[in-house]
Design a protein around this ligand. Structure first.
Ligand code: ADP
Length: 267
């Protein structure tokens, strides 16, 4: 066990290669106690940026992924019945507010609308969390920061971020990195050669140019890293790309065949 005087070694921040001034913006928002909204396609580095900055700022990170069943009570907490007794258990947002952690809610538009009731008072100057069930009004500890992310490219018919929510946040738009940077990321994240990283990025460029409406999403940096890792494990590159990139983009046979044609033209 650590003696009280032992200082635990600083955890190294997860690697993040900046595309611009996003780390500075994140830090300024944290210092100014402003909430942050990250917009950008899946797999472009939003989560990694938050993980990197939480470690750099020395704050614990609590992450929740939005889904259509996620409501305010899942964030604030609930009473649990244990052998006839009821016991209150803090939800992840309440813990973050008490501990002064960075709270990251990924894909916020997927969650139920009632979460705005708990997010809004935390996102403005009040920085408070009303917990109705315990009748508490919690003031966020100094290190607390609220970070939301969503993908504006999705065609959400009824889903979208309300202006009243959007206007409470400092916002940062992210996208896939420029080719030279993306190749460096793929190389660093997988350990693959520069040549392989460049080929994968070239393929991603070609796939991203497709304006196929069957594709809900396009080739992300994440998929390129996955393909490079398979290749590093000994799999031929074409097979790695098929498994990690092409098959991940569509279930439709004709679309997959069209994507394979693009792959053949590039690799
Ligand atoms: P998002 O949260 O936008 O869906 P992630 O942050 O999970 O995407 O990124 C997916 C993966 O891509 C990461 O795990 C990492 O390997 C890689 N990645 C993307 N952008 C960067 C970057 N700027 N620096 C380092 N790795 C990155």
């Amino acid at each position: 066990m650590l003696s009280p005087k032992t200082v635990a070694p600083a955890v190294e921040a997860p690697h993040y290669l900046a595309q611009g001034l996003e780390c500075e913006l994140f830090e300024q928002a944290f210092q100014a106690r402003l909430p942050l909204l990250l917009k950008g396609p899946t797999g472009c580095g939003k989560t990694r940026l938050v993980e990197h900055m939480a470690a750099r700022l020395g704050r614990p990170l609590i992450t929740v992924s939005g889904h259509d069943d996620l409501g305010a009570a899942d964030l604030t907490g609930r009473y649990l019945i244990e052998g006839g007794d009821t016991r209150w258990v803090d939800g992840p947002l309440t813990r973050a507010v008490r501990e002064g952690a960075i709270f990251y809610l990924d894909e916020v538009v997927e969650a139920r609308k009632d979460i705005t009731v708990v997010l809004h008072p935390l996102a403005d100057d009040r920085r408070v969390l009303p917990v109705d069930r315990t009748n508490e009004l919690l003031h966020a500890a100094p290190g607390f920061m609220l970070v939301l992310s969503y993908n504006p490219g999705y065609q959400h018919l009824l889903k979208g971020l309300k202006p009243s929510t959007r206007q409470r946040f400092v916002a940062l738009s992210m996208d896939y990195p420029v080719p030279a940077l993306e190749a460096r990321i793929v190389q660093q994240e997988s350990g693959c050669s520069e040549a392989v990283a460049q080929q994968l990025v070239q393929l991603a460029q070609a796939l991203r140019r497709l304006t196929d409406h069957d594709l809900e999403e396009t080739a992300s940096t994440r998929l390129l890293v996955m393909a490079a890792r398979l290749q590093q494990g000994g799999m031929p590159l074409a097979l790695a790309v098929r498994a990690a990139v092409i098959e991940a983009l569509s279930d439709d046979t004709a679309t997959v065949a069209a994507l394979v044609e693009v792959q053949r033209a590039v690799l």
